[in-house]
Ligand binder design. Structure first.
Ligand SMILES: [Zn+2]
Length: 342
């Protein structure tokens, strides 16, 4: 579970809205929290759950603005043993399986063991397979007492329409840029490149912290360098694949998507100030100089669709995806363009 105690100012208005609904006894029993990957949906859901379960919260009177971290409920929550909280998330694959949803349905039918409230988080909801989603539907149709079910999703469009229609939807949006920068200055006081980091992360402060932790920034430089060499015929696809082999496939495709998007922008503007990845502008300029814009667009589309495949598949064939994408890149426009039907 993500850190539930950190403060994220851009959650404030949605937090106030949901707290207000809870106090007025109008909080919907089925909630769908949407937002981009790394927008903080799960953090928000976790914080809300912990605050609602906290002994400082009194239904129809008050919701504690911050979980107290002192009460029995907060201790149980942090220990991952709160009997009135269920977190349904993929276990040994990327799918939420039918048995997990059956377990949730059984749990919903039990009585609360503490203050009468029970909360479940289903995350990411789009990873329910068809059977699981249908099973959950029944559960959403028959809300039971003080049980709240929160679905968290960055691809809510792929949920069953019947699931979406039974939930009240709330979106976690991008923070204001000034607010995000201010937060990053506090969270990362030792760095002086907050604006660049925020651009690279698409305006999502939580993505910045994730990218710093897992070597994403260094991986970006490797991918940009290899793409620039590949597009200017200074290397072969197989050699390049070997260079990027250690990078997580999801990061790799995310990086490709961002670089090609910037190369298209640079093609249109010839201005490196217009691109997100300013620290690797040299490589992006080189990629654009050697590549037709139709091809850059095709490569961008390809990275996006491969990324969708990787995020929804249990065991993507990394080697195959990498080689196919890079061999296409190396082989030039016509193949890729026909391959994607552009
Ligand atoms: Zn507490």
């Amino acid at each position: 579970m993500p850190n539930s105690d950190f403060s994220y100012p851009w959650f404030a208005s949605l937090q106030a809205q949901l707290d207000g609904q809870y106090v007025a006894d109008k909080l919907p029993h089925a909630i769908l929290l949407t937002g981009e990957t790394y927008s903080g949906k799960l953090v928000f859901a976790t914080q809300l759950t912990k605050r609602l379960l906290c002994d400082e919260t009194k239904a129809l009177t008050t919701v504690t603005p911050v979980a107290c971290n002192q009460c029995a409920s907060c201790h149980l929550f942090e220990a991952g043993t709160h009997p009135d909280f269920a977190h349904v998330t993929p276990q040994d694959s990327k799918q939420i399986k039918i048995d997990q949803v059956r377990g949730l349905i059984a749990w919903v039918a039990t009585t609360s063991q503490r203050n009468g409230l029970k909360i479940a988080i289903v995350d990411p909801a789009e990873q329910m397979n068809h059977q699981s989603a249908n099973a959950l539907l029944k559960c959403l149709e028959e809300p039971s007492g003080n049980t709240f079910i929160m679905l968290v999703s960055s691809r809510s469009g792929s949920l069953l329409p019947t699931i979406r229609s039974r939930c009240q939807q709330y979106a976690i949006g991008l923070p204001e840029r000034s607010q995000a920068l201010q937060w990053l200055q506090t969270a990362l006081p030792d760095r002086d490149d907050h604006a660049l980091l925020l651009d690279i992360a698409g305006g999502l402060p939580l993505a910045v912290t994730m990218q710093l932790n897992d070597g994403y920034l260094a991986a970006r430089r490797v991918v940009a360098e290899q793409l620039a060499k590949l597009c200017s015929n200074q290397t072969t696809a197989l050699k390049s694949v070997a260079e990027v082999q250690k990078i997580e496939i999801e990061d790799f495709l995310d990086i490709c998507q961002s670089i090609f998007s910037d190369a298209v922008k640079y093609d249109a503007t010839k201005d490196t100030n217009a691109i997100k990845n300013k620290d690797i502008a040299d490589s992006i300029v080189q990629i654009q100089n050697h590549t037709e814009v139709d091809f850059l667009l095709a490569a961008y589309k390809r990275s996006c669709s491969d990324l969708r495949i990787v995020r929804s598949t249990s065991n993507p064939n990394k080697q195959q995806l990498l080689e196919a994408l890079w061999i296409d890149l190396r082989s030039g426009n016509p193949h890729v363009i026909s391959h994607f039907g552009l």
